[in-house]
Ligand binder design. Structure first.
Ligand SMILES: N[C@@H](CCC(=O)N[C@@H](CS)C(=O)NCC(=O)O)C(=O)O
Length: 202
């Protein structure tokens, strides 16, 4: 059975929990206590030298990075409706959107989120926060155009993008950025998908 090294507060771990639930793949959770810095010590550093969760264990095979784990499982199992199409340009566009999700939303979003959560306000790097907000605003413009005429981001069906975004759109109001209506409706749709709702408790 698969084992997933994870932490219940980690959004990157939640992506993989959502995915495993969505695909009905049985697995065991191995909790890594980030709050006790268990991830920075052995034996966890032998599991992932970067000291980060999630990590999937499949027999002797270890794999870190949420996106890589989901791609591995998609390739390993032949699902009736796979996230990645056989058509090369469809796959290329999906890869483009995945990259943009990481670099134009999750990364700048984490800058704002972690600063607000863990840094005293007088120490906030206001320029960095403003720049992150602008990047997310531009990203929302792109998503809005897609979602005005589609229910989901890629080929109009729930897929890997929704799994990757889900934990990062849960507390979207924390970004203090105007959310276009089509994005807010998509967000509600994603958060009410049963495998998402089960993990995020939405
Ligand atoms: N790019 C990685 C990011 C993983 C990551 O940043 N995990 C965080 C928890 S959400 C972590 O383990 N942080 C512990 C640390 O950096 O000490 C992924 O997609 O899995």
């Amino acid at each position: 059975m698969y084992q997933l090294y994870s932490n219940s507060r980690s959004p990157y771990s939640k992506r993989v929990h959502i995915y495993l639930g969505y695909r009905n793949l049985p697995y065991e959770t191995v909790t890594v206590a980030l709050e006790k810095l268990e991830n920075r010590k052995r034996p966890f550093l032998q599991i992932n030298p970067y000291g980060k969760v999630p990590v999937l264990k499949d027999g002797d095979f270890l794999l870190a990075e949420s996106q890589a784990i989901i791609r591995y499982l998609e390739e390993k199992h032949s699902f009736e409706s796979p996230f990645f199409s056989k058509e090369i340009q469809s796959r290329a566009l999906l890869n483009q959107a995945i990259q943009r999700c990481e670099s134009e939303f999750c990364f700048p979003g984490s800058v704002i989120y972690f600063t607000k959560k863990f840094v005293p306000e007088e120490k906030w790097d206001q320029n960095r926060m403003k720049d992150s907000g602008k990047r997310i605003g531009r990203h929302f413009d792109i998503l809005e155009k897609i979602l005005e005429s589609n229910e989901y981001l890629h080929e109009n069906r729930f897929g890997i993008l929704e799994v990757l975004y889900a934990p990062f759109i849960q507390d979207i109001q924390m970004l203090e950025i105007k959310i276009p209506v089509s994005i807010e409706n998509w967000r509600k749709r994603v958060l009410s998908e049963p495998s998402v709702a089960r993990i995020l408790e939405t």
